[in-house]
Design a protein around this ligand. Sequence first.
Ligand code: FES
Length: 354
Amino acid sequence: MSNKHLSTLKTLVVVAGAALVVRRAIRGRSPASPPGATTAARAPVSGRSGARGPKLLVTAHERLADGVVGIRLEGHDLPRWEPGAHVDLVLPSGLVRQYSLCGDPEDTSSYTVATRLVEDGRGGSREVHEQVQEGTELEVRGPRNRFPLVEAPAYVFVAGGIGITPILPMLRALPEGTEWRLLYGGRTRASMPFLEDVEKLDADRVTVVAEDEDGLPDLDAFLADLPEGAAVYCCGPEGLMAAVEERLPEGTAPHLERFAPRTTATGDGEFEVELHRSGRTLTVAADSSVLAAVRTELPNTPYSCEQGWCGTCQQRVLEGEIDHRDELLTDSERGDSMLICVSRARSTRLVLDL
Ligand code: FES
């Protein structure tokens, strides 16, 4: 990494932060509300995400911390976004991956994302680290927001490692005088992106826990005495989010940004899926998913994360009892639609509006 390049991206991020301080970007949403919550259940959450997006040019690809690169993508008249939003990047291999936006929501000429290399991952992060470079063009879909900043009298944030990326724009968007605190944990300080940026916002409100120096974060202490009505946000490893959930008082639902599956798409037995419009009936094997079965008949069926959190594969269900295995859909959406990448059937047959 050249110092010049690193300073370019950091300058962009700092400028974005300064601009955001004067803006309000708060929307009222419940913790359970994904971006499609206000959309009729008949319209897949994926309606927009399945669409093609513009190709943007990578103009910076720089190391931000150990194992973390930041990418700036430039274009024209890009949609504005709100803190917590993410974009889908279509990688050169065709893989589609979601990344939280961490620059300036009002910047219509570029998007900034950061990604950690997952050594034993499914290949997306390695491709971003090793194949994508300055000059690469990537299709960008979105932005979409299923982790919006709700209005609240106070905020408590918990970020683990790369989980700081959706939270950083939130911190910058908080109106002056807002009561907030952040616990930011990571393996080492060197592995924690945007550490300086976060500490510069208000060091007194930020608790940094580097495990090699401090051990594990004391969540009990950090989450004790929550301000009345505080909104609690957490993004990071599954274990961290589960630990936060466990420690909150009854009736307090945290806002979680989940980048890993909590459940599997496979089940105990097979069942049938009827495609209503074509009249075809497919068998979903115990070790396969509805999405996989549907794509054998309809290969253009949209999907993206295959983990139940992006909403791209949402489909309307006309008959049958759904075994919902996602945490994205609202209760009303669950009535007659499902995410076919992870959810299955409680009945022996489902009829999809496909
Ligand atoms: S493909 Fe992302 S929720 Fe199914």
